[in-house]
Design a protein around this ligand. Sequence first.
Ligand SMILES: [Zn+2]
Length: 74
Amino acid sequence: MTKECDICSRPVLEQCSLCEYHAEAKHSLEWAFAAWKRAYGIGWEEYLEKVVGEENLGDWAREVVVYLIEQNDS
Ligand SMILES: [Zn+2]
């Protein structure tokens, strides 16, 4: 049985709960977070809250951020 992405319904990559597009977006967010963490000393959740308000955030990335924030809340 093929698993589906937690965000959209595309098939997921192996060992992952996200499709290639959302996994790629999440990877980019994690890279960007490393820089934010160095520069501002903020935590992951605080970072997510900040980037979700960024106007130039891409659609894929925004969906991932919203998904991650919901996961943190639960
Ligand atoms: Zn997806």
